[in-house]
Each structure stands twice: as structure tokens, then as C-alpha cells.
Write a protein that binds this ligand. Structure first.
Ligand code: ADP
Ligand code: MG
Length: 227
């Protein structure tokens, strides 16, 4: 019946995700095991360079598991009414030094807005992920603009625009697929997490991009009037 079909589809999605997670974690684990074997056969001589590589591999496992933990089901009581400015300001302050190091200026524009009902740390994570991608797309600097507006009475519109490398049209649809990355040391988990969080908040996201010009991420989130 139809019901069974839907269920088995979901199970195969879980299977695919598990397989790719297992793969991504097994690689650094295999490397760690190799170094331990090397170290135990070199009669107690531990070289600093081994330890450096090993700690890089451990960091990678930490990064992957950390991002996956964000997907854990949030509890209803973690939702709070929050002002979006505070959240954006915190995130831009957090990323300021990384932006400055890359000759990037982050500009925030907003109008007066009602609060959103959100899990603050998750919404922060959404903006960290998107603005980090924007920074990473602009190796020779430029401007990132964050625009906060009312789309209508009930909807908050947030636009994040960069002047980076852009994304080929046929690759935009890959964004958010677990482990899809075009970066040397990327995890390919940032946008999947972002999408999941926006979904949990009953919002939507779309991306448009032009090669060599930049990328625009649009997010729509429900707002709450306080009356
Ligand atoms: P990661 O940043 O670890 O690669 P993400 O899920 O954050 O993983 O992003 C997936 C891919 O989407 C990136 O590797 C990049 O190819 C593309 N991407 C996302 N945001 C942008 C952007 N602002 N400009 C250019 N490419 C982007
Ligand atoms: Mg990213």
C-alpha cells in the first residue's frame, strides 16, 4: 500500500545518510589507527608531526559530529520569543575578525520588526553557516549585506547577499545534500543543518546565484505580533 511505500523510502534515506556519515567518520579514524600503529612500531618515538596530523583528524570528527548533533530533535520548551537584531548582531560580531582577515565588510540593514519564536542557538547557527559560506566565497574580499524586512504582516524576510564566486546553476540543487562540498576541507554539512533548522522553525529558504558576481540567500520566517 501507499503507506508502506512512504515508510520504506524514508528508511532508505536514513540508510544513505548513515552510510555517508559512517564513511566520513571512518576516514579520519583509519588515519588515526594508522598513526597509532606507526607510533607503536617506532619504539616509543613519537614525532610532533604525527601528533599534529592526529589532532587534525580528531578535530574533523569533532566538527562532523558537532554539526550532526544540531539535527537532534529540539524540545518545544526551547522555543522563545526573540528579537532578530540581537541574534544577527551577535553573529556578525562573532564573524567580524574572520571577515576582516579576508578584507570583507559585513553590512546589516533593518527596519523595526516583531520578534520571532525560535531556538536562539539554532537560528544563530543558521546565520553563522550562511555568512561563513559567504566569507569563504570571497577570497579577494568584498561586501556581505544582511537585509531584514517585513515580507508581510506575519513573515520576516532575511536576505544575505555576497560578492563571491557564485554557484553554477546546475549545482545549486546539490546544496543541502549531506556531505556535498566543493571545498578542500569542507564538511558539506552546513547547509543541510541550516535547511533542517529553518524547517523546524516553519520557514523556507531559496538561493540564487550568478557566477563571478555573487550569491543571494533568502530566508522567510514566521513573526509574532505581541498583542
Ligand atoms: P561546506 O561549506 O562545508 O562546503 P555547506 O553545506 O556549507 O558545506 O555548503 C555546500 C556547498 O555549497 C559549498 O561547498 C559551496 O560549493 C556551495 N556554497 C554554499 N554557499 C555558497 C556561497 N555563498 N557562495 C558560493 N558557494 C556556496
Ligand atoms: Mg559551509
Amino acid at each position: 500500500t501507499e503507506r508502506k511505500l512512504v515508510k520504506s523510502e524514508k528508511l532508505s534515506a536514513v540508510g544513505q545518510l548513515s552510510a555517508s556519515i559512517a564513511h566520513e567518520i571512518r576516514n579520519p579514524l583509519t588515519a588515526l589507527k594508522g598513526f597509532l600503529q606507526l607510533m607503536s612500531s617506532s619504539e616509543g618515538k613519537v614525532t610532533v608531526s604525527y601528533l599534529e596530523v592526529m589532532s587534525k583528524e580528531i578535530e574533523r570528527i569533532e566538527l562532523i559530529t558537532g554539526e550532526l548533533l544540531l539535527l537532534a530533535k529540539p524540545q518545544a520548551h526551547h522555543f522563545k520569543l526573540e528579537n532578530i537584531y540581537g541574534i544577527i548582531e551577535h553573529v556578525t560580531a562573532l564573524l567580524k575578525s574572520q571577515a576582516l582577515m579576508n578584507s570583507i565588510e559585513i553590512k546589516v540593514m533593518y527596519e523595526e520588526l516583531p520578534p520571532i519564536r525560535c531556538i536562539v542557538n539554532q537560528i544563530k547557527q543558521v546565520f553563522i553557516n550562511i555568512i561563513k559560506n559567504a566569507i569563504e566565497s570571497m577570497p579577494s574580499g568584498g561586501e556581505i549585506t544582511v537585509n531584514l524586512k517585513k515580507k508581510n504582516k506575519n513573515t520576516l524576510f532575511i536576505q544575505i547577499a555576497d560578492q563571491g564566486c557564485g554557484i553554477p546553476e546546475d549545482l545549486i540543487e546539490n546544496i543541502g545534500i549531506p556531505f556535498y562540498t566543493t571545498k578542500q576541507r569542507g564538511t558539506g554539512l552546513g547547509m543541510m543543518t541550516t535547511l533542517k533548522i529553518i524547517e523546524v522553525h516553519n520557514g523556507t529558504m531559496d538561493i540564487s546565484s550568478e557566477i563571478g558576481k555573487g550569491t543571494i540567500v533568502n530566508i522567510y520566517l514566521p513573526m509574532y505580533s505581541l498583542i
